[in-house]
Design a protein around this ligand. Structure first.
Ligand code: SF4
Ligand code: SF4
Length: 516
């Protein structure tokens, strides 16, 4: 006979969700509409951007372009000569970057397909909104100047220098800006091709067609095929391991070894090498793009991130947040490794009292609401708030950054030495978003016995994440899928009912069903 174990009350979480939807969603919807607007340039704006080098004519009636002329300084009444067309990319293309919001680039295209000017005039990319970082994208955009649409244009690494030949151009990339610079490139090329198709000579346009093809997402995936294979193999191994959780955790030693190796893979390969740390900014970008009626195709520019989000989306349904937070988050892995080192050095973890622990867990939900709100209401400030996530400092920039960011990141990692995964449990807004998303989880996958909670508290005391309730049920929104309790459940020297049954065999042991 199978006994069902009570799932426990999650009233406090339901309250959090109700609060979120009641107060934040209406505000978000209003903000989404506002944030989706972009400022169109008029004739005077364009003239001021282009300076005295060009004279800007009246806009054409059949296409959103402005004819541009070179002033004739040689004759008093000299007629200006036609130089090309000025236009805004936002009128012709809508490729979104990391923020998921529109960007706008002023372009001047001459009749031969030369890009005479390219200036980034509007964006809210969160990693490049602060003074000192905004110029990085402006410099990137200016690299298109004097290139021709016949040239195959590709983006190199940030450490490469601009390389231009007769038939191709390889631009210098931007560190941590892969999605953004690909969006800039596609906006420039797609809008220029649209204007060229409408306004340039047919023979000239025909020579362009074979060339920008290089900017589609398939090219990006092809260029990273080795990393994709490694990532997919790692994810497949993880799925097998989680399905075979009892084998993985058959002994504590085996579990420790497998988990340590996997966390090193996550930190070293997924994080530091492939730069595929998922972040709350991804979530905000997806929300806004969906609200605007767009698809999420901008994610495809970064294959590693795309694959991980699809995987996390699926596993959120099956196992909850734990699959990402416990196994695939590079910053989470870094904290756990730090925690292991501290423990090996004899540092003892502080166990936060249950009442305080419950209250502290609210902090991450409040931070999640604040970050998402700021992204839509005050996008110019959102990047600073998003720095609550130390992912960029610790994973993307290897702690090489201005000292306040480094201090914050070190504090978050260091916290884990004394409070196990303290940043994850109390501060992380992405963890909060995943915990909310995890409520669609279908599987109560942690094996339980009737004795869990009453009288046995062994698993609960052994759970470093405090995600087992006193009555023995699992708080899956806080479970990091470390499998420690599964190892205990299998250990006939630790698991109280097993210990007792070994002393005097009885028939009252039961494992709960695996589906609900
Ligand atoms: S809580 Fe945040 S930092 Fe921790 S593992 Fe999850 S996403 Fe990563
Ligand atoms: S020990 Fe805690 S965190 Fe780990 S799997 Fe069990 S309930 Fe989840």
């Amino acid at each position: 006979m199978l006994h069902s174990v009570p799932t426990g009350t999650h009233t406090h979480i339901y309250k959090k969700i109700a609060l979120f939807f009641k107060f934040w969603c209406p505000a978000l919807l209003a903000a989404l509409i506002a944030a989706n607007a972009w400022a169109s340039l008029d004739k005077d704006d364009i003239a001021s951007h282009l300076g005295t080098h060009y004279v800007v004519g009246e806009p054409l009636t059949d296409l959103a372009v402005y004819p541009i002329f070179l002033p004739n300084n040689n004759a008093l009444q000299g007629k200006p000569s036609f130089a090309g067309y000025a236009f805004q990319t936002a009128d012709f293309a809508d490729v979104r970057g990391f923020s998921g919001k529109r960007m706008n680039i002023l372009v001047v295209l001459d009749p031969a397909g030369n890009l005479l000017a390219t200036e980034l005039v509007q964006h809210v990319e969160p990693l490049f909104a602060r003074p000192g970082t905004a110029s990085v994208l402006e410099d990137f955009t200016q690299q298109f100047e004097n290139l021709n649409l016949r040239q195959g244009i590709s983006i190199g690494r940030w450490s490469e220098t601009l390389d231009v030949s007769a038939n191709s151009a390889r631009l210098t990339g931007v560190h941590m800006g892969t999605i953004t610079v690909k969006a800039i490139t596609r906006n420039v090329i797609e809008s220029s091709m649209a204007v060229a198709a409408a306004k340039l000579d047919g023979t000239v346009f025909a020579s362009f067609s074979a060339a920008p093809a290089g900017s589609d997402w398939a090219t990006h995936w092809h260029s990273r095929q080795v990393e994709i294979v490694i990532l997919l193999s790692g994810l497949a191994l993880l799925v097998v391991g989680l399905l075979k959780q009892k084998w993985v955790s058959h002994t504590t030693k085996r579990l420790r070894l497998i988990r340590s190796l996997y966390l090193l893979f996550t930190l070293g390969f997924i994080g530091w090498h492939a730069q595929a740390q998922l972040t709350i900014v991804n979530v905000a970008a997806a929300l806004e793009s969906t609200k605007a009626g767009d698809n999420l195709s901008f994610f495809l520019s970064d294959p590693m991130t795309s694959i991980l989000w699809v995987f996390v989306g699926i596993t959120l349904l099956v196992w909850g947040r734990g699959t990402f937070c416990g196994w695939l988050c590079p910053f989470g892995a870094l904290q756990e490794i730090m925690s292991g080192i501290a423990r090996a050095l004899g540092v003892r973890h502080i166990r936060i009292k249950k009442r305080v622990d419950t209250q502290l867990k609210w902090v991450k939900y409040a931070l999640l609401a604040a970050i998402i709100s700021s992204i839509f209401w005050f996008p110019q400030h959102s990047d600073l708030l998003s720095e609550i996530e130390p992912f960029k400092t610790a994973i993307s920039l290897f702690f090489i950054r201005e000292w306040p960011y480094v201090v914050w990141a070190v504090c978050c990692v260091g916290l884990s030495a004394v409070v196990y995964r303290g940043y994850c449990r109390y501060i992380c807004p992405l963890g909060a978003a995943l915990a909310i998303g995890g409520y669609v989880r279908l599987w109560r996958w942690v094996p339980r016995r009737n004795e869990c909670g009453t009288p046995c508290q062994t698993c609960r005391h052994g759970c470093n994440y405090d995600s087992i309730e006193p009555n023995g049920t699992i708080a899956y929104d806080e479970c990091f899928q470390c499998l420690d309790c599964v190892a205990t459940h299998e250990d006939d020297k630790k698991c109280y009912p097993l210990v007792m049954s070994n002393k005097r065999p009885v028939t009252y042991l039961h494992v709960e069903g695996q589906t609900r």
